[in-house]
Write a protein that binds this ligand. Structure first.
Ligand SMILES: [Zn+2]
Ligand SMILES: [Zn+2]
Length: 252
């Protein structure tokens, strides 16, 4: 008797025969396992090859950027799959709008392979936590895209447990620009909370987000997780805006 997996593959093959799909970027025919980008376009994505080892800012060589030398982030390291530029910017837009966006699955799968290589299958964080969204935001959008990405990541990263019940957002809104950096960080940090802190005591964590812009929100969440007893927090994101593309970034 064929397994569920065999049947799913067969169905995909039939779908491809009768309704052929093509790559959303180059229109090349897709094979049944490719969700939206073909192999060539996947190869050409704006991956970050050399970057700051703390914040993932693209650099000419892997080192520590001037910003992190001046003011190191509270998270241990940020690992980003791509630079926030076309076509990743378009993909992120779809990921934020559509809970069934094929980009979420395909980019998360590629990212999980990237993470396995980055950690060399050792010292992988023990727990992954999706960037929490406020209940009103989840209600209006219908989903939390960071949770969806984390769900796909956890399929391949079996040693990292997905927990969506640890960190939560209790306040909406952003601090005023008039306030200084420290005050804004304090206010933003108070927008988040941690439950069941005994379960993250001494553990290494990964905070999962779709896109990281300034890293300000990630630092606020990290402050809460460290205060609750976490040993370390790494930041994982599909895309990171760099200094050259802050102005074109969207944070919806
Ligand atoms: Zn293509
Ligand atoms: Zn840096």
């Amino acid at each position: 008797m064929p397994s569920k997996m065999d049947l799913a593959t067969k169905l995909l093959e039939l779908q491809q025969t009768f309704f052929p799909r093509s790559c959303s970027l180059c229109r090349e025919a897709l094979n049944p396992k490719q969700e939206i980008f073909c192999a060539n376009c996947i190869e050409d994505l704006p991956y970050i090859s050399h970057s700051c080892i703390r914040c993932s800012e693209p650099l000419l060589t892997a080192s520590i950027c001037p910003e992190c030398q001046k003011d190191p982030p509270n998270y241990r390291q940020c690992i980003s799959l791509c630079d926030y530029s076309y076509p990743i910017s378009l993909a992120i837009n779809n990921i934020k709008k559509n809970p069934h966006a094929p980009e979420t699955k395909q980019l998360s799968r590629i990212f999980s392979e990237y993470l396995s290589r980055a950690y060399n299958d050792s010292n992988m964080p023990e727990i992954m936590i999706p960037m929490p969204a406020h209940p009103l935001k989840i209600f209006s959008r219908g989903f939390n895209q960071s949770y969806l990405i984390a769900q796909f990541l956890s399929i391949n990263l079996e040693n990292t447990l997905l927990r969506n019940d640890i960190c939560f957002r209790k306040k909406l809104g952003k601090p005023q620009r008039m306030q200084n950096r420290q005050q804004r960080m304090k206010i933003l940090a108070s927008s988040f909370g941690v439950k069941k802190s005994s379960e993250i005591q001494g553990k290494s964590l990964a905070l999962v987000d779709d896109v990281v812009t300034t890293g300000f929100t990630a630092k606020a969440v990290t402050a809460n997780l460290l205060q609750a007893g976490a040993k370390s927090v790494d930041l994982w994101c599909i895309a990171k805006t760099s200094w050259h593309n802050y102005s074109s970034s969207i944070k919806m």
